[in-house]
Design a protein around this ligand. Structure first.
Ligand code: NAD
Length: 424
């Protein structure tokens, strides 16, 4: 991995920049530059073929000053400790910006689930839970959730193993569970839905009519597919381009969900979508389309110094984690594109997880309307606070990006909690 694209280096650079702007205490800065707890585990798993395979796995609790660690578990062949460290830092800022009582955490296992059967995925998930045990996981310690290539079923296996160890029915030990195991109504699409509430507020600020706006979405997984359906359902907006890892499709008249699903199912990619005006495009071309709103919802480092100059949207919603590099952030800012940062835009996922945890801890379960209206209120508040912080600095003659404004709010809250606890 090129050093400038190392996610943990990027996370540290972002923190350093915020620390300088907000004149953060040097001791607080030193604590916040590194994760507080890093677990690297080599886990032997007896596979269904009778052989034992050793998997390298990670769990990082970045900072717990404001509450138990919170963050997903990734099962990915290219997983690395630096990626997990970066994501755990971003979770810390995300939970803080959303003002929910969690610190930041993240986990990962180096594995290729596409080459594993369900039995082996279950064995690995249970072994991961055993490696953490009830001293490194639990509703008051560290609360994992699904992430790339993990899902509610995997959360259920991990929870079952955890309960075997702890001998306690602590449903809040993990979130993103199936509803049968007290997962929350509304949690599944909460990342994209939260992003849509941010889109509504930002569009209002930019005087863009979402009903008339054109939208391009990169990614057709949990985040991207729901961003597509909700843009249409909730706002009546027109999504003109979408992609997956193979490539994308553009139709100026808008795209139809059934046809997208059909192309994906039959031919393996949305790029094979058929309509009168449909045109195949690459992922690079999608990012450079002349649309009002661009939603990267796939993977990190998609908009970099080499292509940021060609991005043409008015509003960029970072629904993926880390899709825009620090250099690209500066270029977009100079081009006056409103680039809203990942840990604001995709915080609906962790806010949804928080609501699941609250329901598990209290035993009081809500319907989707309650869930959506609380989510809307919370994420709208984060957006308003971010914009207000940017304005406050502008009033002092200092132009800062929305990312830095969000960082300043999040870092300040964590620093104040550490100070109150006497850590510095
Ligand atoms: P997913 O695995 O469900 O979907 C990922 C999508 O990205 C797939 O459509 C895949 O084809 C596409 N993709 C993969 N490589 C690509 C490439 N090189 N170019 C273009 N597209 C590519 O994952 P997801 O849950 O939708 O997560 C997507 C992003 O959103 C990640 O950055 C994730 O960390 C972030 N995110 C997701 C959630 C959530 O609740 N799902 C919450 C917060 C953040």
């Amino acid at each position: 991995m090129a050093e400038e694209l190392n996610p943990f280096k990027i996370a540290q650079e972002q923190l350093d920049e915020a620390a300088e702007i907000m004149k953060l205490d040097k001791q607080a800065h030193a604590i916040l530059r590194e994760p507080m707890h890093t677990l690297v585990m080599n886990i032997p798993v007896r596979m269904s073929n009778g052989k034992t395979q050793v998997f390298t796995a990670f769990r990082v609790r970045y900072n717990e000053a404001r509450g138990p660690a919170k963050g997903g578990i990734r099962f990915h062949p290219q997983e690395s400790l630096d990626t997990v460290k970066a994501l755990s830092a971003w979770m810390t800022w995300k939970c803080s910006l959303a003002d929910i009582p969690f610190g930041g955490g993240k986990g990962g296992v180096i594995c290729d689930t596409k080459k594993m059967n369900d039995k082996d995925i279950e064995s690995l998930s249970r072994a991961y839970a055993r490696a953490l045990g009830d001293s490194d996981m639990g509703p008051e310690i560290d609360v994992p959730a699904p992430d790339v290539y993990t899902n509610p079923q995997i959360m259920a296996w991990i929870l079952d193993e955890y309960m075997n160890i702890s001998r306690k029915k602590e449903w809040g030990a993990i979130t993103g569970k199936p509803v049968e195991l007290w997962g929350s109504a509304g949690r599944t699409d909460s990342t994209a839905r939260g992003g849509m509430y941010v889109m509504r507020e930002a569009a209002r600020m930019l005087k863009l009519n979402p009903k008339r706006a054109t939208i391009a979405v990169q990614g057709f997984g949990n985040a991207g597919r729901y961003a597509y359906t909700l843009s249409k359902e909730v706002f009546g907006a027109k999504v003109v381009a979408i992609s997956d890892s193979e490539g994308g499709v553009y139709d100026p008249d808008g795209l139809d969900l059934d046809k997208l699903d059909e192309a994906k199912k039959k031919s393996g990619s949305v790029m094979y979508y058929k309509s009168k005006k449909a045109k195949k495009i690459t992922n690079e071309e999608l990012l450079e389309l002349k649309v009002d709103i661009l939603i990267p919802a796939a993977i990190e480092n998609q908009i970099r110094a080499d292509n940021a100059g060609r991005v043409q949207c008015k509003l960029l919603l970072e629904l993926a984690n880390g899709p825009v590099t620090p250099e690209a952030t500066k270029i977009l800012f100079e081009k006056k594109i409103l680039d809203l940062p990942d840990f604001l835009v995709n915080s609906g996922g962790v806010i949804g997880s928080y609501y699941e945890w609250v329901q598990n801890q209290s035993g009081d379960y809500w319907d989707t309307e309650v869930f959506y209206s609380k989510l809307d209120k919370k994420i709208t508040q984060s957006f308003n606070e971010t914009m207000a912080m940017q304005k406050a600095y502008a009033a002092k003659g200092q132009k800062i990006t929305p990312r830095m404004a969000a960082y300043i709010i999040a870092v300040d809250r964590v620093a104040k909690a550490m100070k109150a606890r006497g850590w510095y």
